[in-house]
Design a protein around this ligand. Structure first.
Ligand code: ARG
Length: 396
């Protein structure tokens, strides 16, 4: 008996893995693990039904609360971004692999398979996490090892009786979790192809949004959101409510050219309404309470954090050290931010905090607390060395 845990989404790639693992790798005891990260209920059910039809021992793990509190909230504190999109798939993969490793430990299994291809980032993220958590695991990536094209996969699936959802209309490759949704494949791979409206599920187009702006207030404590419009909420329901409010107002569509880990440039479309709303609010509050030096240095830390998270190095010691710095700064990220959402735009219209480094008396044009005459000397020596160089040049 050879047993193995297949990390299973129920999609084409991972479904094709089932007969492949049995027939070409000789695993007769297949265990499928589907992790609920907030993707549609129907996708989870479909995975469960396919697993039953294909005769695997199946487990569904609900990781939504853990994902919201420990992964998404860590990303908010770090303003988690990669090349202009809020990290979502990247922060989900480590938790999916962690859940698979937990099931494996319970069942005493040390072999794993996943459906990632050899071109993407997910293979790095999943395999790193498994290797970090499981002593000497066997890891199989049938899609990568067999170098299959999508067309070959469909043919193989049909030949082996794997249920294939009408492939003609299923041209998009979609990945979803609570924090974001990516749509790839088909003509969307072309950098110059306008995304058709049908690819969007979470956000309304501007012309179908409400005709009045929606104002929303996000309350923060310790660098993470804790309330919406004054109502205290736990991480998961807060993200879900933010998702609804922003999506209804068309906020969160992002179309970028992204540099994958292997250096491939790819065109990516994302929908991430909750992320755009909550990250915009978080940045606005940091701007009010952190010093200029803290903000400048944190930008570097956040950038590095984003690179490590993109690479799936969730358990990297450098990431943990950066988080120690971030945690110290977030102690003062407390207060409320008001935003106006309107037909796709998300604008900050106000913020306040007990830690605001803002003084009306000092900044106001109508106040004499700050005696302007004291600034004269500082202005005179501003750019002193550049002034001197200009004078030297003038003499040559
Ligand atoms: N390019 C994004 C990333 O690497 C999205 C990847 C989506 N993954 C997928 N298997 N469809 O984070």
């Amino acid at each position: 008996m050879k047993n193995l845990i297949l990390i299973y989404s129920g999609g084409l790639d991972t479904s094709v893995c089932i007969p492949l693992l049995r027939e070409e790798y000789g695993y007769d005891q297949l265990i499928t693990v589907t992790v609920d990260m907030g993707q549609p209920r129907a996708d989870i059910q479909q995975a469960e039904e396919k697993a039953r039809a294909l005769g695997t021992e199946h487990y569904t793990v609900d990781a939504r609360r853990e994902f919201a509190a420990d992964y998404v909230f860590a990303a908010i504190r770090a303003n988690g971004d990669y090349e202009g999109y809020p990290l979502s798939t990247a922060i989900g993969r480590p938790l999916i692999a962690t859940c698979a490793a937990r099931v494996a430990e319970r069942l005493g299994v040390t072999a794993f398979a996943h459906g990632s291809t050899g071109k993407g980032n997910d293979q790095f993220r999943i395999e790193f996490t498994l290797r970090a958590l499981v002593p000497e695991p066997t890891i199989i990536a049938p899609m990568r090892e067999r170098n299959l094209t999508r067309r070959e996969e469909v043919e193989y699936a049909l030949a082996k009786g794997v249920p294939v959802a009408a492939t003609a209309e299923k041209i998009w490759s979609i990945d979803e979790n609570l924090w974001g949704r990516s749509i790839e494949g088909g003509r969307l791979e072309e950098p110059d192809y306008s995304p058709p409206e049908e690819i969007f599920q979470w956000t309304l187009p501007p012309d179908r949004c409400p005709d009045r702006p929606r104002e929303v207030t996000v309350g923060f404590q310790n660098g993470v959101p804790v309330s919406l419009d004054g109502e205290p909420l736990e991480p998961l329901p807060l993200i879900q409510a933010a998702h609804r409010i922003a999506g209804e107002n068309g906020v969160g569509r992002i179309d970028i050219i992204e540099d994958r880990m292997l250096g491939l440039k790819v065109r990516e479309n994302y929908e991430c309404p909750a992320a755009v709303l909550l990250l915009t609010a978080h940045r606005a509050l940091e701007a009010l309470v952190l010093t200029r030096d803290e903000l400048a240095f944190k930008r570097l830390v956040d950038q590095k954090w984003g690179e490590l998270a993109y690479a799936g190095l969730w358990l990297d010691p450098l990431k943990q050290a950066l988080e120690a710095f971030i945690a110290r700064t977030q102690e003062r990220v407390e207060g409320e931010v008001r935003l106006r959402l309107y037909r796709g735009s998300c604008q900050v219209i106000g913020r306040h905090s007990g830690w605001a480094l803002y003084s009306e008396a000092l900044s106001s044009f109508d106040d004499k607390t700050f005696d302007q005459r004291e600034t004269t000397g500082a202005v005179k020596t501003h750019g002193l060395q550049a002034q001197m160089l200009q004078a030297l040049r003038a003499r040559r």
